[in-house]
Design a protein around this ligand. Structure first.
Ligand SMILES: NC(=O)C1=CN([C@@H]2O[C@H](COP(=O)(O)OP(=O)(O)OC[C@H]3O[C@@H](n4cnc5c(N)ncnc54)[C@H](O)[C@@H]3O)[C@@H](O)[C@H]2O)C=CC1
Ligand SMILES: O=C(O)[C@@H]1CCC=N1
Length: 270
């Protein structure tokens, strides 16, 4: 792709995405520009690690961009664009990865009919395994969507969704990895409590999650059937699952996803 791409925001997800793009070599490193609010040390780290160009002079980086990736926190959007929208021009493709924020809000903030694509990646982008969802705003064309898809395919899978569904998608896929990490934390704790080695426990659990993920992808069985095949009558799995059931584990996970979805909606309103 012969394009200049500029990140506004240099946090953890910006790093995950740019790491994926750099590894895939889809855009020359020299054509990737990264800016943040003020943390010079952070920019130096990204420049050193990925060979991208980091800049304090946002004007130049924004004006010269073909694609602008908005990667600041949702609550920093307004202030950030207030200072920068003068440098943004209509021909640029705006990609927003901000949780909760609609493409219409971005258009309003920019005060121009820019093409905006809303994207929800996750941090597995870092190793090319993001499950990324995309939807296009009213001023974006199919070609804009195609460009965004091409870019995000370098960091994992891409799925087109209706913009209204972005809240639930954010709850299951954007935030999703964190729930699994949380579960792993608990499993490791239990293993350590049993006197088992922490590192070996982590390795075994990691391979177990990877295997389960591959099974979910490759097997024709439903998640429920896959679970049942592990659960021998009166065996260890049943004993464990019974505790989850007694404590309403599925209800808790559903509440967790719903709460994340509601939070996404709130972020969009504020
Ligand atoms: N962390 C994640 O897993 C995911 C995050 N997101 C979204 O990505 C966005 C960033 O999230 P994180 O990377 O986790 O946050 P973060 O706090 O790690 O990074 C935010 C970045 O924005 C920069 N920033 C703030 N104001 C700015 C300005 N005026 N100009 C330029 N840069 C500015 C900060 O300096 C910082 O580099 C959020 O909107 C979040 O909803 C989306 C998907 C996944
Ligand atoms: O927690 C958040 O708000 C962001 C959006 C999805 C993942 N992290």
């Amino acid at each position: 792709m012969k394009k200049n791409i500029t990140f506004l925001g240099a946090g953890s997800i910006a790093e995950a995405i740019l790491s994926g793009i750099v590894n895939a070599e889809i855009i020359e490193k020299e054509n990737i520009f990264v800016t943040n609010r003020s943390n010079q040390q952070r920019l130096e780290y990204l420049e050193e690690k990925y060979g991208v160009t980091t800049v304090q002079n946002k004007e130049m980086a924004i004006r010269s961009a073909d694609i602008l990736i908005l990667a600041m926190k949702p609550y920093d959007l307004h202030e950030s664009l207030q200072g920068l929208k003068g440098f943004i021009h209509k021909g640029q493709l705006i990609i927003s990865i901000l949780a909760g924020i609609s493409t219409d809000t971005i258009t309003k903030e920019l005060e121009m009919a820019s093409p905006v694509i809303r994207v929800m990646p996750n941090t597995s982008a870092m190793i090319g395994h993001s499950a990324t969802a995309l939807s296009k705003g009213q001023h974006a064309s199919e070609e804009h969507l195609r460009i965004a898809e091409e870019l995000f395919k370098t960091i994992g899978t891409t799925t087109l969704v209706k913009e209204d569904d972005m809240h639930i998608v954010t709850a299951i896929a954007g935030s999703g990895p964190a729930y699994f990490y949380y579960m792993v934390e608990a499993m490791v704790k239990a293993a350590v409590e049993s006197g088992f080695d922490q590192q070996i426990a982590k390795e075994l659990i990691t391979q177990t999650i990877k295997g389960a993920g591959e099974m979910l992808q490759q097997s024709d069985d439903s998640p429920s059937t896959l679970r049942q095949k592990i659960t021998s009558p009166n065996g260890t799995t049943e004993a464990g699952i019974n505790v989850l059931e007694q404590n309403h584990f599925q209800r808790i996970v559903m509440d967790c996803v719903n709460k994340a979805k509601e939070r996404s909606k709130e972020l969009g309103k504020n």
